[in-house]
Every structure is written in C-alpha cells, then in structure tokens.
Write a protein that binds this ligand. Sequence first.
Ligand SMILES: [Zn+2]
Length: 255
Amino acid sequence: MSRHLPFEVIGRADAELPLVMTCEHAASDLPEWSAQNEDQAFLGDHWGWDPGAAELTRALWDEIGGVAVLSRFSRLVCDPNRDPSDPTFIVEKIEDHALSWNQGLDDQERERRRVHYHEPYHGAIDQVLKARMAQKRPPRLLSIHSFTPVYRGEHRSVEIGVLFDDHEPQADALLEALSATGLRVLPNEPYSGYAGLIHAARRHGRQHGLVYLELEIRQDLIATADQITKLSRLIGPAIAEYARGSETVENKSPR
Ligand SMILES: [Zn+2]
C-alpha cells in the first residue's frame, strides 16, 4: 500500500458555519492499479467518479465555509457511498465491460479495500464530526454529487436533486431556497434517498444524530471552472441557510 491518503479534508472543525460537506465521488484515481485502455472510458466518465462535484464542493467551501471531506479514489476501487455489504460496493463489470483491476477478487481483497479506502474516508468524516460535537456545535451534513444529463438515452430535465429519507422538512426548505434561484430543483431526483443510495450522509447523520441531505447536480451545469464559480455563488446562500438551521432546530433523528 502506498502512502496515498484516501481522503482530503478542507477547512477546520471549528469553522464558523455549522456545515460538513462530503464528496464521496470526488476523484477518478486508481491509487494502486493502472487501468487498461479499454477501462479508461468508464473510469473517466460518470461510472468512475462524479465530474465537477469536487470542484463544486471546493467552490462552495470558498464561498460559504464550513468543512469539506473529499474522497481521493475512484468509486470503482470501492464505493464510499455504498455499504460494504451492498452488491455494488465493488463493481466488476459495467455494461458488459470487465474492469481489469476488479477481476477475480477474493474476500480478502474486498476486505482490504474496505479497510484501506472506505473506512479511512469515513473515519475522516467521523473525526470532523466528533471534534465539532465536542465543541457542542452540531453541524448539518450535506453530501455533494453530480449526475449525467443523459442516462441510457434519456435526457434528464431536473437540474438539482435534493435527496432525503429522514429529513423531509429540511429537504423541503432547502429545495424551496434553491428553486428561488430559478433552477429546476426536485425532491429525490434523479434517484430517491429512500433507495439506500445516500449511504454516507445517512451513516454519519444517524450515528451523530444530525440532519443529513444529499445534493445531486447535473453535470452540464458544472462542466467548466466558470460555471462552477457561478453556480457556487448562486446556490451558496441557500446551503448556508440550511446549515444555520442546525443552531435553531433540535437535531434528533431516529436511530
Ligand atoms: Zn455520486
């Protein structure tokens, strides 16, 4: 195992804004493997990471503050936004293409990836949250993702999705504030938070009793540096307002 750290933390746990952003699909890196030519198309596309999501997370952090934790490995090593027991935790094949570094994996290698990638990433989020809770300044959690504008031939008209399961009132409030910017924002689109797809936010939210949501941004809105700067300015205030709700509302979620 190289010294490659599987996560990056931006900001400090005592940040003024009570917000912890996480970005599970921030990178397309394969820290220990070299992909073959035929793998590259998948690794560089939405299968391998969420294009634009890391840059947007950084831009939002510049704009409003808080803390951000980003992954530094492709979801095709193992997916930080899935429970390790999920069949899609490590994907062997995409659309009939067998990913070269994921062939013939035994339980030991699956476990090694969990220990060397998945757990350190989640451990970094836990560290930030523990420090924050020790200061008695509970934050709100927001997981930042991006989705492809065309999926299996179908164009998606939603521009931002607010994904939730436990925290519908907070999701509604954020949705309303984001919609006021003129963007097309929908609840639980293009996927539902009820489908077990917001693993990271849910895991940490439930463990620490915090409100958690996931934001899905359509990739063509964050394809250039200029777009990312503009979007972070446009939606930053709504996210800051969501975070500040943690100071006025009791944050008890069911275990
Ligand atoms: Zn994602």
